[in-house]
Design a protein around this ligand. Structure first.
Ligand code: NBP
Length: 476
């Protein structure tokens, strides 16, 4: 019998995704560039469902029911193009090629356009949740044509995570939309992790709490508004004791954060789209700073506060203040991420459903959080929200948090604890709500040195001042 779906690329992600399809009752054709991974999958997990192993791409394609649905799960970049090039001559019009890897959305747009000319559907599908998610139910962000989703969607929805019975999988939009939304998901993940790290750092420094005591703080936070996977695992990491030294695990890990690149893509793309995602950008830069070990060593003796503690009333309220600062800054990160999706959706004509996007992040993925229900409600109530922050639920939460947020940033500055995530999110919030910004002065400077012109608050049109002459104003 011909297989329902094929998976090629059987490293951790592909193998677990293939097993997930099989466990859900689909017959799965499996293939990998090097044969050993295919054989290992069939021999170790063959009992979990129906697998059809193939040694060659020809056998693999021939084993599939038409129209064929093939999920590519190989290393992003050139390997994905190599697999597409190998498979394409073997396919027929109407077949569907799915890229489940972490592709850049621009590559997905290029591949989709090229394959469309051959009548082949190319669906760039963002998959989040790592190895475990791929096996037990990931969050799936599918892009591609509506026609391809009609055939593919039921299978993806079946294997995705479910929250309240709803699959964490919705057709995001055409061509690169799925991979774009996955990229922004990762950007928000960077911001969320940075904000949690700043909370930990400030409380550890400011109150002298141990890693174990902080694990309890995060565990407590996980029962309220901040309930999320990242807060939950933070408590686990802080609780961990290093077997070799008996010290807290977090104290024996080198403090240089690594990155694979999706955070950087999010920021690069935001710059091109002109969307201020300062919280996400600060998170990417904070990782970069941590990695500059030589500069850090050279700067270690520069003057400034270090090692100080918070005392008095501030000490009594610091835990709750930091919780509120984290909550408020997290709202900013999501608001910025959604703004970026809105901008790309307009630029590329994707028509992304923002409420549905929040729904698919509720389970299976790294940023899954209780909070996402509120985001879905906000966008479902008003698709034309100028910013998530002005939706009634968020505006009220910000009102409740903003004084604590300011106290936290002030305390961090006084102690010399770097909190770029908290501080930049607060600056963004204040920038948004400011009646007049100093951008007016910048416009004046631009007109002075470059005759770039400016607009006035009281009249239509563009103007220029004759700065080097009599300084009179004239229409530009
Ligand atoms: P890797 O990203 O480590 O890729 C390994 C796979 O790519 C192997 O199957 C390998 O075949 C195949 N491959 C390579 Br490398 N070059 C190839 C080529 N030129 N032709 C054909 N196959 C080639 O695997 P992964 O960690 O399972 O991730 C798969 C995709 O999923 C990636 O795009 C990744 O970014 C994405 N992703 C990963 C995670 C995660 O948590 N790991 C989460 C979400 C998304 P071989 O066995 O013959 O060397």
């Amino acid at each position: 019998m011909a297989a329902d779906i094929g998976v090629t690329g059987l490293a951790v992600m592909g193998r677990n995704l293939a097993r997930n399809f099989a466990r859900n009752g689909f017959s799965v054709a499996v293939h990998n560039r090097s044969r050993a991974k295919t054989d290992a999958l069939v021999s170790e997990f063959g009992h979990e469902g129906e697998f059809v192993g193939s040694a060659t791409a020809e056998e693999f394609v021939a084993s599939l029911a038409t129209p064929r649905k093939i999920v590519i799960m190989v290393k992003a970049g050139a390997p994905t193009d190599a697999v597409i090039d190998e498979l394409t001559p073997l396919l027929e019009p109407g077949d569907i090629l799915v890229d489940g890897g972490n592709a850049h959305f621009a590559d997905t747009r290029r591949r989709e356009a090229a394959l469309k000319e051959k009548g082949i559907h190319f669906a760039g599908v963002g998959i989040s949740g790592g190895e475990e998610g791929a096996l037990l139910g990931p969050s799936i962000m599918p892009g591609g044509s509506k026609e391809s989703y009609a055939a593919l969607g039921p299978l993806l929805e079946k294997i995705s995570a479910k929250v309240d019975g709803t699959p964490c999988c919705v057709h995001v939009g055409p061509d690169g939309a799925g991979h774009f939304v996955k990229m922004v998901h990762n950007g928000i993940e960077y911001a969320d992790m940075q904000l949690i790290a700043e909370s930990y750092d400030l409380l550890r420094q400011g109150l002298g709490l141990s890693a174990k005591e902080l694990a309890e703080v995060f565990r407590g936070w996980n029962t309220g508004e901040l309930d999320s996977y990242l807060i939950e695992i933070t408590a686990e990491v802080l609780d961990q004791v290093d077997a070799a030294t008996g010290k807290a695990f977090v104290d024996v890990v080198l403090d240089q954060a690594e990155q694979k690149g999706t955070g950087r893509w999010t920021v690069q793309t935001a710059l091109e789209l002109g969307v201020p995602i300062s919280g996400i950008a600060e998170a990417v830069f904070a990782r970069s700073l941590s990695g500059h070990a030589d500069q850090r060593a050279a700067a270690a003796n520069l003057p400034g506060p270090s090692g100080g503690r918070v005392s008095g009333e501030a000490a009594r309220t610091l835990v709750e203040d930091v919780r509120l600062a984290l909550y408020a800054s997290k709202m900013v990160a999501y608001a910025q991420g959604f703004d970026q999706i809105i901008a790309a959706s307009k630029e590329y004509g994707w028509d992304v459903d923002l409420g549905a996007t929040a729904t698919i992040w509720r389970g299976g993925c790294i940023i899954r959080a209780r909070f996402l229900d509120r985001i879905r409600e906000a966008y479902d109530e008003s698709g034309e929200l100028p910013s998530l922050l002005v939706a009634p639920f968020f505006a009220k939460a910000l009102e409740q948090a903003q004084q604590a947020w300011r106290r936290v940033v002030t305390t961090a500055v006084e102690l010399g604890v770097p909190t770029p995530g908290f501080a930049s999110s607060l600056a963004y919030y204040d920038g948004l709500r400011r009646e007049r910004l100093p951008a007016a002065l910048i416009q004046g400077q631009r007109d002075f040195f470059g005759a770039h012109t400016y607009r006035r608050v009281d009249r239509e049109g563009s103007f220029h001042v004759d700065w080097s002459g009599k300084r009179g104003e004239s229409p530009a």
